[in-house]
Design a protein around this ligand. Structure first.
Ligand SMILES: Cc1cc2nc3c(=O)[nH]c(=O)nc-3n(C[C@H](O)[C@H](O)[C@H](O)COP(=O)(O)O)c2cc1C
Length: 213
């Protein structure tokens, strides 16, 4: 399938039919998340995988009772680190040293840049930066799901503090940012299934540099 076909096929699914996403399709979506780029490669987030009915049900009210929460096969909760620490940097540098077989000294400049983020920003600024990185993986997951013909609902429509409390994220140093519900569309009951896409035209969306003058 061409990428453009997958992007036309997908839509933010409002109702799902409860069918389970096969393991190999889920794996392909998770791999797209894992392979996502991030600023300086730090990947300052985790993705919580939820596929049990009890947890899905416990989250529904926190997501304004959106039906996809319980009708989905899986929920992926993208949660950003609530801080970036020197330990996080050291752990990452060790990964690079081992994976690429390079010396610690060769990474001194890179380490200084990473430590600039650790020491030069407030905790909240670091969280905001981490959250922005998580959106890149979130977006790749949406596209990968479409490629696998798995329906998905990208969601910001929930109360993060509530989701954090229910999942116990705070004590893990995480804050929920987005949820991706994965499953299969309920063709009969989803009013969005046959709706055309509404997008800003290319003429409006893309601006040539000359037009800025
Ligand atoms: C970050 C983000 C948050 C969204 N939150 C919700 C949500 O909570 N519930 C929902 O039904 N759709 C949600 N959407 C879906 C958008 O409304 C939808 O992507 C947009 O209207 C474009 O339509 P399409 O994705 O069907 O092409 C969200 C989309 C994004 C990217």
């Amino acid at each position: 399938m061409k990428l453009s076909e997958a992007l036309q096929w997908r839509y933010a699914t409002k109702r799902m039919n409860g069918e389970r996403v096969p393991a190999e399709k889920l794996e392909a979506i998770l791999e797209a998340i894992q392979l996502s780029p991030s600023s300086m490669g730090l990947q300052p987030y985790n993705v919580i995988l939820i596929d049990d009915e009890a947890t899905k049900a416990s989250l529904k009210a926190a997501a304004y009772n959106q039906p996809q929460i319980t009708e989905a096969s899986h929920l992926l909760v993208f949660a950003a680190w609530d801080d970036i620490t020197a330990e996080n940097v050291d752990f990452y540098l060790q990964e690079i040293i081992q994976t690429r077989n390079v010396s610690a000294e060769s990474l001194d400049g890179f380490k200084a840049a990473l430590m600039g983020i650790v020491t030069g920003r407030t905790k909240e600024q670091k969280y905001e930066w981490a959250a922005r990185q998580s959106y890149i993986a979130f977006s790749n997951a949406i596209t990968a799901a479409a490629f696998e013909k798995v329906d998905a609902t990208p969601m910001e429509g929930f109360v993060p503090a509530e989701v954090d409390r229910i999942l116990g994220l705070e004590k893990k140093g995480l804050r929920s940012v987005t949820i991706l519900a994965l499953g299969f569309r309920d063709e009969k009951n989803d009013y969005m299934v046959s709706q055309k896409k509404v997008r800003r035209s290319k003429e409006v969306l893309f601006v040539k540099k000359e037009q800025l003058n």
